[in-house]
Unconditional design. Structure first.
Length: 187
């Protein structure tokens, strides 16, 4: 009798392999001035459920069904890819998109935790985060792994200090079911 890999075990391993490739996609995505301030990690198993539990706490505190719905998605996912950025660093263009006159004024501004994230952030670092997220989501999609970029997952990850240097984090839960769990979410 030849060795076999049962469907569930094989799919779980493949999803984690895809998540690793998503980290590479985020890392190699273009960065402003070639400066990489992106941070990534993969969270699965019981640690993944800690994120969902934190999202449920936030749902209760904010009376937000959206946090509760997304927490269910996290629990039903095999893993969560976290992608964050050190957004309080600037790149020296003096563009003022951050709301300050120039990068020197931005550097002097108090960097503080708001409701969900630390700010202010350099717009170019925020753009780098968006490009990294898009690259990671595209990679998952190319590999036929269902995924969805979720702000609320990042909020919980910030509260749990999962990427300690990040000022903004987004989460990308990943799964492979007969039907994507991320788009028919009316329940």
């Amino acid at each position: 009798m030849s060795p076999t890999i049962e469907s569930e075990k094989g799919e779980r391993g493949a999803i984690l392999d895809a998540a690793k490739l998503m980290l590479i996609a985020a890392r190699t995505a273009p960065k402003t001035a070639g400066v990489d301030d992106i941070m990534t990690s993969i969270v699965y198993g019981e640690d993944k459920n800690l994120i969902a539990n934190e999202m449920d706490k936030i749902a209760e505190d904010r009376k937000s069904e959206s946090f509760r719905r997304d927490a269910r998605n996290v629990r039903d996912s095999e893993a969560v890819v976290l992608i964050g950025v050190r957004g309080t660093k600037n790149i020296g263009l003096n563009c003022a998109a951050c709301g300050y006159k120039d990068c020197q004024e931005f550097n002097k501004a108090d960097k503080k935790l708001g409701t969900d994230f630390v700010g202010p952030n350099c717009i170019f670092k925020a753009l780098d985060l968006g490009i990294a997220l898009g690259s990671a989501a595209k990679t998952a999609s190319t590999l036929n792994v269902d995924n969805r970029i979720m702000y609320r997952v990042g909020t919980a990850a910030m509260k749990l200090n999962l990427l300690p240097e990040a000022t903004v984090i987004m989460g990308v839960p990943v799964s492979a079911k007969g039907k994507s769990i991320y788009f028919d979410r009316s329940k």
